[in-house]
Design a protein around this ligand. Structure first.
Ligand code: HDD
Length: 705
């Protein structure tokens, strides 16, 4: 048998030496900012990386290797970047700052932060919408959260409030239902960040106690101009305790130093399209430019005896204590002066808990507050993944803290020694309870009429649901009343179920028949629907002008924004004078032009624009000026973005300064003579008109119910 010829082995191909890592990690990446002192990029284990652009592959076009621990670590971390968003208040804006005491409350409380005038306590404040998800818009009609964490020397005190002083429900038991009703409907997954749908109004129509807060939510407080211009309220009554344990009830109020300011509804709606981040951006830009927003902290103090004489129960969170009944005393101010370095680490991970309280302050028996004391800690456990979230820098107290709690997920501390219990005798340095520590108010429950009865009981004193919404509505200016009526009509027009709409109008009859009629007319109802039975009919309380927005707006341009629309040929001197007048009055001025590069002005100098016309509508300004050559005015009169610029400014009741060249554009926008439309040459008149909205203009523009 002929032996098979084995094929001659070809000599092994001469192997090229493997290129070193630096050569192999090629790509098209550019690092534009070369220079500087860049620390080495490492894995989370501190291993320096030579290539952060290419995964480890079996050959240039081969599969990726499981071995690539660098890729796996990077992707795994990325996959886990999101944490569960807050079930409510998911979208928020946080800012650092401080609280400074200007009037001592030492007579009422042993809480250190309220004792020494001049003392500064670091704070972190987070403002939020309630209903929308974390990526939702900033300007829906919604209550705004106003949560402040005080890092006091006696531990963290969280005042977790809203921009309205009352709440929708009287008992925490109902909170999940309230929230489920307002969130997007579970079968269809919409609407996002909106109360205007059937499930919300269905719940409200069957929950008469919600009426008071609904009025606040239908007012322009729910469409604020800026987070810097909202009020804040601790809502519940709390107790202040002096060193001897004597208690005084307290309600906390935040008052914006820039005054209250809201948008008009059409403006809020359009802002959603124009700038999803309108409030977040506004806060960021203000703080970054040194225009630090500030609030006065005011308190209402009253005794148990005074409270007993109120014509309502102050433990009911649907009730406010009118300022006319118990005046406000300003005790300090909060200044927000530093944006977080990292949104996730701080704003997202901050964990507010109404149960975070310090010696000298205590809770009241408000049943909503009592439920909240449980809920927030519980939510943080799931949101932040375990019991050590208090060690995350934004949540950690800034005073020393120590106890015998140990271990758990994400333990960051390395406690020393063998003693992790109390009482103990083995460690002379272990933490012990102190006489200066937190003590609850020694409340005598025996003074309550129904003392001793255990049950799911609602106090009779919580039964009046209509007097305070009546107080709120009747205290408003006619413009605000019209806005409330219009808001009801808008919201209910989105409700498909007729009996829900009718029941809401029925409730309104208990509050104010004229309003009920206006809303019924606006909805096109043939007759007023019947009012549901009321346990307690509304009583008239003396009007409280403090509940208005318009009455509390400050005629000022401080913290406001003015936009000047210019184009080639615009008069340089007019622009300069207008800018100076507005800036001297405290406004931020931005130049808007058809092209971002700017415009060649009458003095042959180029003025760069801060915003391009199509992307910078007048919505983002509090007042506008239009300075144009005749030719540009005629040209822009045919440009939709320019026409919208002036038409919207006019429609949103803003002041407009215009020169002769701008008249063609104003005409195209349908703008005629109006006290708020002034000559661009008169900076003083412009500033005066721009310091407020032109309320009288509105009835001429739109039919309000
Ligand atoms: Fe609440 C968040 C304000 C009633 C349960 N709430 C949350 C936030 C604010 C408020 C401002 C956001 C905090 C932040 O910025 O992280 N909540 C209020 C006010 C209430 C109120 C003023 C009534 C007076 N809340 C309330 C009740 C319950 C909750 C009755 C439950 C029984 N709230 C929560 C929560 C949240 C929350 C589910 C969601 C995310 C979080 O706590 O941290 O636990």
């Amino acid at each position: 048998m002929a032996a098979k010829k084995t094929p001659a082995k070809s000599p092994p191909a001469a192997r090229k030496p493997a290129p070193d890592q630096a050569e192999r990690g090629h790509g098209d990446e550019l690092h534009q900012h070369a220079g500087g002192t860049h620390p080495p990029l490492t894995t989370n284990q501190g291993v320096p990386l030579a290539d952060n652009q290419n995964s480890l592959k079996a050959g240039p076009r081969g599969p990726t290797l499981l071995e690539d621990f660098i890729l796996r670590e990077k992707i795994t971390h990325f996959d886990h970047e999101r944490i569960p968003e807050r079930i409510v208040h998911a979208r928020g804006t946080g800012v650092h700052g401080y609280f400074e005491l200007t009037k001592s409350l030492a007579k009422y409380t042993s809480a250190a932060l309220f004792n020494e005038v001049g003392q500064r306590t670091p704070v972190f404040a987070r403002f939020s919408t309630v209903a929308g998800g974390a990526g939702s818009v900033d300007t829906p009609r919604d209550v705004r959260g106003f949560a402040v964490k005080f890092y006091t020397q006696q531990g963290n005190f969280d005042l977790v409030g809203n921009n309205v002083p009352v709440f929708f429900i009287q008992d925490a038991m109902k909170f999940p239902d309230l929230v489920h009703s307002v969130k997007m409907e579970p079968d269809r997954g919409y609407p996002q960040a909106a109360a205007a749908h059937d499930t919300f109004w269905d719940f409200i129509s069957l929950t008469p106690e919600s009426m008071h807060t609904i009025f606040w939510a239908m007012s322009d407080r729910a469409i604020p101009r800026s987070l810097r211009m909202i009020e804040g309220f601790g809502v519940h009554s709390f107790r202040l305790l002096d060193a001897k344990g004597k208690s005084t009830f307290v309600k906390f109020h935040w008052r914006p130093q820039l005054g209250l300011q809201s948008t008009v509804w059409d403006e809020a709606v359009k802002l959603q399209g124009c700038d999803n981040d309108f409030h977040r951006r506004d806060m960021f830009e203000a703080v970054q430019s040194g225009n630090f927003p500030a609030w006065d902290l005011a308190v209402q103090l009253f005794t148990e005896e005074q409270a007993d004489a109120f014509p309502f129960d102050h433990l009911d969170p649907t009730k406010l204590v009118p300022e006319e009944l118990v005046p406000l005393t300003v005790v300090g101010r909060m200044v927000l002066d530093r944006m977080p370095d990292n949104f996730f680490a701080e704003t997202e991970q901050v964990a507010f808990c109404p149960a975070n309280i310090v010696p000298g302050i205590d809770f009241s028996n408000d049943p909503l507050l009592q439920g909240r004391l449980f809920s927030y800690l519980d939510t943080q456990l799931i949101r932040l993944g375990g019991p050590n979230f208090h060690q995350i820098p934004i949540n950690a107290p800034k005073c020393p803290f120590a106890n015998q709690q140990r271990d758990g997920h994400m333990q960051m501390q390395v406690p020393k020694g063998r003693v992790a219990y109390e009482p103990s005798s083995l460690d002379p340095t272990s933490a012990r309870a102190t006489p200066a520590g937190f003590r609850s108010f020694a409340e005598h429950l025996a003074n309550q009429a129904d003392d001793g009865v255990k049950g799911r009981i609602r106090p009779e004193t919580f039964a009046d649901h209509y007097s305070q919404p009546r107080l709120f509505y009747r205290s408003q200016t006619k413009f605000e009343q019209a806005h409330i009526a219009a808001a009801f009509v808008f919201e209910l027009s989105k409700v498909e179920t007729a009996h829900v709409r009718e029941l809401i109008v029925g409730h309104l009859r208990h509050i104010d028949t004229d309003l009920a009629q206006r809303v019924a007319n606006g909805l096109g109802m043939d007759a007023l629907p019947p009012a549901p039975p009321a346990k307690v009919p509304a009583i008239d309380m003396p009007p409280s002008p403090a509940l208005q927005i318009i009455g509390k707006m400050k005629p000022t341009l401080q913290g406001r924004a003015v936009g000047i629309l210019v184009d080639d040929g615009s008069n340089a001197a007019t622009i300069k004078a207008l800018r100076k007048a507005a800036e001297d009055a405290g406004a931020t001025v931005k130049i808007v032009a058809p092209k971002l590069g700017g415009a060649m002005l009458s003095d042959r100098k180029k003025l760069p624009a801060d915003g391009q016309l199509a992307g910078t509508p007048s919505l983002v300004f509090d007042a506008v000026a239009v300075v144009l050559s005749d030719e540009a005015g005629k040209r822009l009169a045919k440009e939709a973005a320019a026409v919208d610029f002036v038409r919207d400014a006019f429609g949103h009741l803003k002041a407009i300064a215009a020169d002769a060249g701008a008249q063609a554009l104003l005409k195209a926008g349908g703008i005629g003579k109006d006290p708020g439309v002034v000559d661009a040459g008169d900076g003083k008149a412009f500033v005066k008109a721009a310091q407020t909205r032109q309320w009288e203009r509105e009835p001429k523009l739109r039919t309000l119910p």
